[in-house]
Design a protein around this ligand. Structure first.
Ligand SMILES: [Fe+2]
Ligand SMILES: [Fe+2]
Length: 374
């Protein structure tokens, strides 16, 4: 798609390492004379860091759903998720100097007060609140805790700037909208507290209604619309006890009002699917856990970079995936893909959705049940 000459020049000027033109601009930095053809906004996405417990819970803190989660954590999860992998990911991501960072939930494991205190201290290592947009995952609402001792501690990373844009919202907290240049980031919460062995999510009718209004308003403002949601919106991408229970409603809403990019976590896998929009289709992309070290059949830590730019009347997305190579403890580029939202005739979207609901690059299959792990 787009002009062939433009694409050729783009390829020639792409960085051989990170593959993005903007990344070259980053490498040579803004005071260099390196020619930048495209005013590209770069969004980085990582998810599910599941920061390790640094303090064992008390017995009284385990007298609820946490007991099964704690046993699972000690037996399995603490061998899969390692803070050194997360540290390396952040180190690598920062060298790319993205314009903004999206973090799609599951920062903690058991929703312990000590975990929230630790993540509150860790978030500034990711970036300033205005540079980083966070949404919660199911592990961040693992049991009911007060907002003040729970996710409320991340409030400045989950606050929208809708008032400045006049976009409506009557939901305290979620959804929130942040506008950065031509890119609008819409943070949705699918995090709900569930009974043991369940990891489902729900957007809810009130939030869904606000999402529809805000997406419509964003379209009128000519924004590139990014949706952040922890659970995969395509419900058959997750097992029944881990699915987004109203994912079909959210997909129907996007089919009606549109979006350009949907980012999620939860599955701890590397996936690209497509969902219908009024103008064709939009990519739906999941990313492995940011602290995974390639155990139990799960892919190692990864983050994705999205170079977003206008190309005539279309939007273009240059997607680059950077993945941990655990043996050498380094991140490497594993793929670059050019995505064009809305690039399929709406009449063929249903077929396209089925055909394109696939993993990309190195196949990373969910090889086990993993209980309520995600
Ligand atoms: Fe999750
Ligand atoms: Fe997770």
């Amino acid at each position: 798609m787009g002009c062939p000459a433009f694409n050729t020049i783009r390829r020639l000027l792409s960085c051989p390492d990170c593959q993005l033109i903007k990344q070259c601009a980053f490498h040579f930095n803004s005071d260099s004379n390196f020619p930048i053809l495209v005013d590209m906004f770069t969004l980085a996405h990582f998810s599910d860091p599941h920061l390790a417990l640094h303090q064992a819970p008390s017995w009284t803190q385990l007298l609820n759903k946490r007991i099964t989660g704690y046993i699972n954590l000690r037996r399995n999860r603490e061998h899969i998720h390692q803070d050194w992998a997360l540290d390396l990911l952040l180190q690598d991501l920062k060298t790319r100097k993205p314009d903004h960072i999206a973090l799609t939930g599951d920062l903690v494991n058991l929703s312990l007060p000590s975990e929230f205190a630790r993540t509150r201290a860790w978030l500034p290592e990711v970036g300033r609140p205005d540079q980083v947009s966070v949404i919660p995952g199911n592990h961040d609402t693992y049991v009911r805790v007060s907002e003040a001792t729970g996710i409320g501690q991340w409030a400045d990373y989950m606050t929208g700037d809708m008032a400045d844009r006049g976009t409506p919202s009557n939901i305290p907290g979620f959804p929130y909208l942040r506008v950065r240049g031509d890119v609008g980031i819409l943070g949705i919460s699918s995090a709900i507290t569930t009974r043991p062995f369940m990891a489902t999510g729900k957007v809810g009718n009130a939030q869904m209604s606000a999402v529809g209004r805000i997406l419509t308003s964003m379209k009128k403002q000519g924004l590139f619309r990014v949706i952040l949601v922890h659970h995969p919106v395509i419900t058959d991408q997750a097992k029944r006890h881990k699915r987004l229970v109203d994912g079909d409603k959210l997909l129907a809403l996007v089919a009606r009002v549109g979006a350009e990019l949907i980012l999620h976590g939860h599955n701890h896998t590397d996936t690209l699917a497509w969902c219908p929009t009024p103008s064709g289709r939009a990519p739906v992309i999941g990313v492995p856990s940011a602290s995974s070290i390639d155990k139990e059949g799960r892919p190692p830590a990864q983050y994705n970079l999205y170079g977003i730019a206008r190309d005539g009347d279309e939007w273009r997305i240059d997607m680059v995936s950077r993945r941990l190579k655990p043996k050498i403890r380094m991140f490497k580029t594993i793929r670059r893909i050019n995505l064009v939202p809305g690039s399929v005739d709406p009449g063929s979207v249903d077929q396209g959705l089925r055909d394109l609901d696939i993993s990309i690059g190195e196949q990373d299959r969910d090889t086990g049940d993993h209980s309520e792990n995600e």
